[in-house]
Design a protein around this ligand. Structure first.
Ligand SMILES: Nc1ncnc2c1ncn2[C@@H]1O[C@H](COP(=O)(O)OP(=O)(O)OP(=O)(O)O)[C@@H](O)[C@H]1O
Length: 727
């Protein structure tokens, strides 16, 4: 209790500077009194237990986010409550001082939202409890009966909402979930750091936050190396990469993330389990304990739900129990077999003695001493012979019993040793390196050409236990089905951000190993720069991963960027995807028009770039990003700018845990999910071709900007903008 009180006290102290952000006046239908409710980040009761401040996650607070003034309703545990909302007032409070307030009228609450969006970005995402919009509120409070997929435009608040949803679920279902059971999966450590402040700010600690590769490392152990996914992306993005190879790489990446590959692994597992079975009965010496048919049934059917290695443990128990019972039977059987013969000898001994005694009595007087001595000698000889027979018989029996006991001690172990027990990694390596095996299992889905490509590349990778991210779903699935995991997985609620980069098999395997459908999946197909491995269509995820039902919601409104920037980005994605992309609708916030500058000489471009950066710094933007296509290009520009006197540019690589704001240089694929006050996109060497892939990449880069966007390119590097008519 003391701990809980301490935690509560520290939360209250933290909230003191800004205890609430809005007030609603609500009169429940049937009541004649309108009540005032102050809404804040945490609830506070008066001494008489009347609420002083209610938590933003409380059921009634939903009317603040959802409802216009007038007739409204909200859901509680026990049903729907309706009533009249007569006031929605928003407060700006800083450090305990009321700075301003707005009353939200019937039409809009944009003014308050505007003042929040206009603020400058630091290097961390923030909470938005006071300005959550109705369409976002719907996602945050979506019920848990079905998994939820959210397709949301760039800047629509997906990441922010994901975090608010976790806070909401923990508050609302506190009896079902503890924070430790939640897991957020995000693309990289930099991103995790970027979002790490929001949950504590919302009063939630201890939620697991990881990336898919880290989660795999935790479950699969250290026995493999992983190639950086950026290396492959880098190859695919390279202007001068071999086109035939590019096609192969894409085709195989897609295949490894598909449910077809899962079917291949299932077939493989069937083969593995059948091959594991020995072709012999389980015997104890010459006695049958369990027939091979029964062993097969135990292994494949009765324990079929367990991972193979656990089935062996279970089979060991099954066989041991059967062995113990059979051993007892055999003991009884041998006793029963020998006992009549033993009894017969014993009886014969007694008879011999009796006969001798009778005769001795009859002839007692007639016999001489010599004769009677002779009689006794014959008797003891006879008895000794019988005793020896008896001992031999008992020894024979005991020998057999001892031999059975001795053999029984090792027979289970020896039998189980006939099952070939290999780990998941071994099996996966075999699959990628053995031609016959791969052909027999995947021949229906892959051409011989593709199979040869896999075998060729596996020589330098899989054979040496080096894999790529596309291999992880299969490895995880094999591990789950072959070995099982060392730790018990207690995660029962999963939030996946930037989910457009996930493959179907990846979603499937998470669902499979965690045995839950409590998934909130958020992504934007227009930002699918890893689309060679990621999903193309959310419907596939609904159909193949959650066939029992899945909710799907869309967010079109974008809050990050100005209208001017969003319009330009929309034209890029529209042109590159031939109009297939769902366009973002910016909230009404104007800013400076983005510029696009073309240069014929590299020197001129770099000089102007330097001027632009200096200007942005002077305008006091706290976060400025220079975004380019590849890591090579980053390094090149860094050198050129260093020559211009910029020696404090931070180059972001995938491994960064954090960055301190200021000026950063980053390849577009790593900037995904982040945001900056000002973005400068530059292209010196790497061309943005006029295709879907490049359009997505440029779209990601452009939509990172909150207030300013400028594009600098060298003649010839922007077919995407020039050929598609964007400029
Ligand atoms: N209701 C809101 N009120 C105030 N700010 C908001 C609101 N919704 C989103 N934002 C702001 O919009 C920006 C974008 O949000 P976020 O990064 O969560 O979007 P996203 O959909 O994940 O973007 P992307 O897919 O481009 O990475 C953030 O600065 C966030 O604070």
């Amino acid at each position: 209790m003391l701990d809980v009180s301490k935690e509560n006290l520290s939360k209250v102290i933290h909230a003191k500077d800004k205890p609430y952000f809005s007030r609603i006046d609500f009169q429940e239908t049937g009541s004649n009194e309108s009540k005032k409710y102050y809404i804040g980040k945490l609830s506070l009761l008066k001494e008489n237990n009347e609420p002083l401040i209610i938590d933003w996650r409380a059921p009634i607070a939903s009317t603040y986010y959802d409802g216009r003034l007038g007739e409204v309703s909200y859901q509680t545990d026990t049903g729907t409550v309706s009533g009249e909302l007569s006031l929605k007032r928003q407060f700006t409070i800083e450090e305990g001082k009321l700075l301003d307030f707005f009353d939200v009228d019937i039409t809009t609450n944009d003014e308050f939202l505007q003042s929040h969006l206009g603020a400058h970005a630091d290097n961390r995402l923030k909470d938005i409890v006071s300005t959550i919009q109705a369409e976002q509120n719907k996602i945050i409070r979506a019920d848990l009966e079905q998994p939820l997929i959210v397709q949301g435009a760039a800047g629509s608040g997906k990441t922010t909402i994901a975090l608010h949803r976790i806070a909401y679920l923990i508050y609302t279902y506190e009896e079902n979930f503890v924070p430790e059971n939640f897991m957020i999966i995000a693309p990289n450590s930099l991103f995790l750091n970027y979002i790490s402040g929001v949950l504590p700010e919302l009063g939630v600690e201890r939620v697991q936050q990881t990336t898919f590769t880290k989660f795999c490392r935790r479950l699969l152990g250290e026995k493999y190396k992983l190639l950086s996914p950026e290396e492959k992306l880098g190859f695919l993005l390279k202007t001068d990469a071999d086109e035939a190879e590019r096609v192969q790489v894409k085709r195989l990446s897609k295949f490894k993330g598909s449910m077809q590959f899962k079917v291949v692994i299932d077939k493989y597992l069937n083969k593995i389990e059948k091959d594991m079975l020995p072709n012999t009965d389980f015997l104890l010496e010459e006695y049958l304990i369990v027939s091979r048919e029964e062993v097969k049934r135990l292994f494949l059917v009765e324990n079929g739900h367990l991972p193979l290695h656990r089935r062996l443990d279970q089979l060991k128990q099954n066989l041991s129990v059967k062995l113990k019972n059979r051993k007892e039977e055999l003991h009884d059987q041998l006793h029963n077999e020998y006992q009549p013969r033993i009894n017969a000898i014993r009886k014969r001994m007694a008879e011999v003695k009796e006969e001798f005694e009778e005769q001795s009595e009859l002839m007692a007087e007639e016999q001489s001493e010599e004769q009677s001595e002779e009689g006794e000698r014959v008797l003891s000889e006879q008895l000794e012979k019988l005793r020896l027979q008896l001992v031999a018989l008992m020894d024979e029996r005991d020998g057999k019993l001892a031999s059975i006991d001795k053999t029984a001690k090792t027979v289970v172990r020896k039998y189980l040793a006939r099952f070939e027990k290999k780990d998941a990694l071994h099996y996966y390596k075999q699959l990628l390196t053995k031609k016959e095996l791969l052909l027999s299992l995947a021949g229906d889905y892959l051409s011989e050409d593709h199979i040869h490509y896999i075998l060729d590349t596996a020589k330098g990778t899989a054979k040496k236990s080096t894999f790529e991210i596309e291999d992880l779903p299969a490895l995880l699935y094999l591990k789950a089905r072959v070995e099982g995991f060392a730790e018990e997985l207690t995660i029962n609620n999963v939030v996946i951000d930037e989910a457009q980069d996930f493959s179907i098999f990846q979603f499937f395997v998470l669902r499979y190993i965690l045995s839950t459908t409590n998934f909130t999946i958020l992504g934007d197909l227009s930002q699918g720069i890893y689309s060679y491995r990621g999903v193309d269509d959310w419907q596939e995820v609904q159909d193949q991963v959650f066939p029992d039902g899945c909710s799907y919601l869309m967010l079109r409104q974008s809050y990050r960027t100005t209208i001017e920037i969003m319009n330009l980005a929309n034209r890029v994605i529209e042109a590159g995807t031939q109009g297939r992309a769902v366009l973002a609708e910016p909230v009404v916030r104007h800013g400076q028009k983005p510029t696009i500058q073309r240069y014929d000489a590299e020197d001129d471009l770099v000089n102007e770039l330097a001027v632009k950066i200096t200007e942005l710094k002077r305008e006091n933007y706290s976060s400025i990003a220079l975004i380019v296509k590849t890591m090579d290009e980053c390094e090149r520009i860094k050198n050129l700018l260093t020559e211009q006197g910029f020696d404090n540019i931070t180059l972001l690589t995938g491994d960064d845990e954090s960055y301190a704001g200021g000026l950063v240089l980053v390849p577009a694929y790593l900037a995904k999910g982040l945001e900056f006050d000002a973005v400068v996109v530059a292209a010196l060497n790497e061309r943005f071709e006029n295709n879907d892939f490049n359009a997505k990449l440029l779209y990601v880069a452009m939509t990172r900007a909150m207030h300013r966007l400028d594009v600098y390119y060298l003649a010839g590097t922007m077919p995407l903008l020039e050929e598609s008519g964007v400029i």
